[in-house]
Design a protein around this ligand. Structure first.
Ligand SMILES: [Zn+2]
Length: 323
């Protein structure tokens, strides 16, 4: 596990064992807020031990950014006093998929021995929620695309966006929807950011952020166009192998080359969809319908910390831009 500090109060822990998954911790005067766990027991325990050793107060909240096991397997390793938080969509997806997913993963690796599914009980249902703890305000923002429950955590005081799998070296959408993914990436341009913690791989620094966002949007555009050409020419699914990641504007190197697998899964998914559309099995869906609207202000008290669901200009703008 690699540990780094992206601001005075925010630590990022990166897995050495699986796909460079990141987990983050925001240290506040009122305790510590963690965003995501690491995939395997040993690394999550190492992270918890390190944070406890800081003597900066207890771990109060653990936020899950989406249901995937590589970000949530460690939930069961936290003390009972830690409140688990996620979007309602994540809670529902975990209820539906996590047991089967974990059982399958356990077949593949002994590193998950003793891990149990633990589902968050504090949920938000709207586009955004803010957790106020100590001197920090952390916005949780629904940002679908990678999955329908994908959520980011924005630490206002530090201008750090913990983007989870909304920002990866290659956008990976086979569990979600590329149309809403594009909108979620466009929305990132409205933030003034010092850094972005990606769900996998290196932290992006201020100067790298605009290029990385544009590159991810451009990648989605390129693969749509190129896969559509393959389908239009009546080529077989096997011929997708010639459409390498380098030909689609991305490097093959990040995540120790795993990006090539993600890319192949993306283009196979697109191929199957475009063939179904060509053959009249389905019409191409319109992603704009998937955008959630933010409702009026709702404020709840959770212990000493205030958790609020709010209506804010930024989120409104995103919704309007796709209507
Ligand atoms: Zn994921």
């Amino acid at each position: 596990m690699r540990r780094e500090r992206v601001s005075d109060d925010i630590y990022v822990f990166t897995s050495d064992l699986y796909a460079q998954v990141t987990a983050s911790a925001v240290v506040t005067r009122g305790g510590i807020v963690i965003v995501d766990t690491l995939p395997f027991r040993s690394e999550t325990v190492e992270m918890i031990d390190y944070l406890n050793s800081l003597g900066q107060g207890p771990i109060k909240y653990l936020v899950n950014t989406h249901w995937h096991g590589d970000h949530t397997n460690g939930n069961c390793l936290f003390d009972e006093s830690v409140e688990l938080v996620c979007h309602r969509n994540c809670q529902q997806a975990m209820m539906q998929y996590s047991e089967a997913e974990l059982a399958a993963s356990k077949e593949a690796t002994p590193l998950l021995e003793g891990i149990k599914v633990k589902i968050p009980e504090v949920v938000f249902e709207e586009g955004k929620m803010v957790i106020h703890v100590g001197n920090k305000s952390i916005e949780l923002i629904l940002s679908p695309g990678h999955t329908f429950d994908s959520t980011m955590a924005y630490v206002r005081e530090d201008k750090v966006l913990i983007a989870a799998d909304t920002v990866m070296p290659v956008p990976y959408f086979v569990w979600g929807d590329r149309h809403v993914f594009r909108q979620s990436l466009e929305a990132l341009k409205t933030y003034n950011l010092e850094s972005i913690v990606q769900g996998h791989g290196e932290v992006l620094l201020r100067g790298e952020i605009p290029g990385a966002i544009d590159s991810n949007i451009e990648y989605l555009n390129i693969i749509e166009k190129k896969v559509q050409e393959v389908v239009n020419k009546g080529k077989s699914r096997q011929e997708l192998n010639e459409l390498t990641i380098d030909h689609c504007g991305k490097s093959r190197i990040p995540l120790n080359g795993l990006v090539q697998d993600l890319h192949l899964a993306n283009i196979q998914y697109l191929y199957d969809e475009f063939v179904r559309v060509r053959d009249g099995v389905e019409t191409e869906e319109d992603g704009a319908d998937e955008v959630e609207h933010v409702p009026d202000t709702v404020v709840e008290e959770a212990g000493m910390d205030m958790i609020e669901s709010i209506k804010e200009g930024e989120t409104e703008k995103v919704a309007e831009s796709v209507l």
